[in-house]
Write a protein that binds this ligand. Structure first.
Ligand code: SF4
Length: 515
């Protein structure tokens, strides 16, 4: 019984930017008696049905964006006589759909780390159940990935997770509903051990693939301090101290290592935290800015962000503290107007955002926005009999770009204006101006290359409706990605030792953050 783990994708760039972590985690969760799992990341190489023989297990992890491709892989694998097991966010939300379209024998909901070995044992004894609930496991049960199975020549950055869950409740995001609002932090030494394993293989750029690297804000502490019962305050302080301890441990790693994470903008109010990030060489962070107007922020339940000039100042703080921001903006909010697009592009440039992504508001299953849209669009149009509220089941060449209806702009106007902002932000002249964030000419040229790659991968393949244009973008991205990968890798350090475990490292239970 061989185990295959498949990350489905319609588009392959030959070289991927970030390692799909779950593949290597489930490989580690696979008991040794089943042999080494076959790992297939279709963002790099397509799945080969011939590799599957009757009685094998094919595990497929899907989110909404790759569900349709995942279903194809599932059907092919079942035809080959394999046990087909689906997991991932989308499977958790739509287990019946996964059984119907992906021909799944079993669907795993929640975290797969612990329950996976039970699924395999049930395959072995021919007693596979239709459903398994992996639940939300505590941070000290997260399984460390098997990086020995990673082919370094195929990826630019590797990913390590330090915390799951986010205490916020943004309306367009499913993270807090799927991973919970209680941050579950991993044991620090296990995080460091994984990073050391990656540096040994030559990875020096590591993504801390956390839902929110800054789970306790100064405001959370102040609120907890106002309560008579100080137990929550003490828990929050302990959680915060663990973040600092983790960053102290990152400092001890080879100094050519660079980290990148995802945090909320409130970190700009916390100079102590930003200083610790700089010392730990966390040089970049994805910050969900979403909207530059207070009305837009209110629409997505993100009032904790600043707007206008306050926003510019907060973003500049990151830059001053040596943290490059990848700003994420959403277009198509009901409060957006045609002039919002230019205002956003201006602000992103003025605020010193190093990279930016401009996404169109799209209702994603598992979010509050989706629930609302699904209710309102219940009797809406269909494509080939498939309701738009199940848009991910429509083949991509016939799938309309889905947006929630907008009071003053058509979907196409939003799409064209969004593409215009990408073009403006990533024009050669503007990228060259921004490249002053690095010093040498070589580094500035690398910055230009990366900016162009980012745009090819995410703007042209995500927004364009014309398949010939998408194909051209994939081709260009393949060439750029190959060149860019060399910029990120370093000479392997097989002898690199792990730093001693910190004295504060301990098993912990999730903490409630009241925001
Ligand atoms: S802060 Fe980020 S991760 Fe948390 S709910 Fe909002 S968008 Fe999702």
């Amino acid at each position: 019984m061989r185990v295959h783990l498949v990350n489905p994708s319609d588009l392959s760039f030959g070289t991927a930017v970030i390692t799909p972590r779950w593949l290597f985690v489930l490989a580690a969760a696979t008991p040794a008696r089943y042999g080494t799992p076959v790992i297939v990341d279709e963002t790099v190489d397509p799945f080969d049905p011939e590799s599957v023989t009757p009685g094998d297990v094919v595990g497929i992890g899907i989110h909404t964006g790759n569900a349709l491709r995942g279903y194809h892989v599932g059907r092919v694998a079942r035809d080959r006589g394999a046990f087909v097991v689906f997991g991932g966010v989308h499977s958790t939300l739509y287990p019946d759909e996964v059984r119907e379209h992906g021909h799944a024998h079993a669907v795993v909901s929640g975290d797969g780390d612990v329950v996976w070995s039970r699924v395999l044992a049930d395959c072995e004894s021919d007693s596979l159940q239709p459903s398994y609930d992996g639940g939300r496991i505590p941070g000290d049960s997260f399984v460390a990935a098997r990086w020995d199975l990673l082919e370094p020549e195929k990826y630019m950055w590797a990913s390590v997770q330090t915390v799951r869950g986010c205490p916020k409740h943004c309306s367009f995001c499913s993270v807090w509903r799927m991973d919970g609002q209680e941050p579950r932090q991993r044991v620090i030494n296990e995080v460091i051990r994984e990073i050391v394993a990656l540096r040994r293989k030559g990875f020096r750029f590591i993504v801390l693939a956390d839902d929110n690297f800054y789970p306790v804000t100064l405001e959370d502490l102040a609120m907890a301090d106002r309560r008579a019962d100080k137990s929550n305050l003490n828990e929050l302080k302990a959680l915060r101290e663990e973040r600092f301890e983790l960053m102290r441990q990152l400092e001890k790693l080879p100094n050519d290592m660079v980290f990148y994470t995802q945090i909320t903008m409130e970190a700009a109010e916390d100079p102590e935290f930003l200083d610790a990030m700089r010392r730990a060489r966390i040089r970049g962070a994805l910050v969900g800015i979403e909207s530059v107007t207070p009305e837009g922020l209110k629409a997505v339940y993100k009032n904790f962000n600043d707007a206008g000039e306050g926003l510019v100042k907060r973003l500049q703080v990151f830059r001053e503290k040596g943290v490059h921001v990848l700003g994420s903006f959403i277009f198509g909010l009901p409060t957006d107007r045609p002039d919002t697009f230019d205002a956003t592009a201006d602000l992103a440039q003025r605020a010193g955002v190093t990279f930016a992504q401009f996404v169109m508001l799209q209702p994603l299953p598992g979010t509050i926005d989706f629930q609302k849209w699904e209710r309102e669009a219940a009797d809406g149009p269909t494509v080939d009999g498939i309701p738009l509220t199940r848009y991910w089941l429509i083949p991509s060449d016939r799938r309309p770009r889905i947006y929630t209806p907008h009071p003053v702009m058509s979907p196409d106007e939003i799409r064209v204006r969004t593409q215009g902002v990408w073009n403006r932000f990533y024009s050669l002249g503007t990228i060259w101006q921004r490249s002053t964030c690095v010093r040498s000419i070589k580094a500035r040229l690398a910055f230009v290359l990366l900016s162009k790659l980012y745009r090819q991968m995410y703007a042209n393949t995500g927004i364009a409706t014309d398949s010939a244009r998408i194909a051209r973008s994939v081709k260009r991205a393949r060439v750029l990605a190959k060149a860019a990968r060399r910029l990120f890798m370093a000479a392997p350090m097989p002898e690199l030792a792990e730093p001693p475990a910190p004295a504060t490292d301990r098993r912990r239970i999730p903490v409630r953050v009241i925001s």
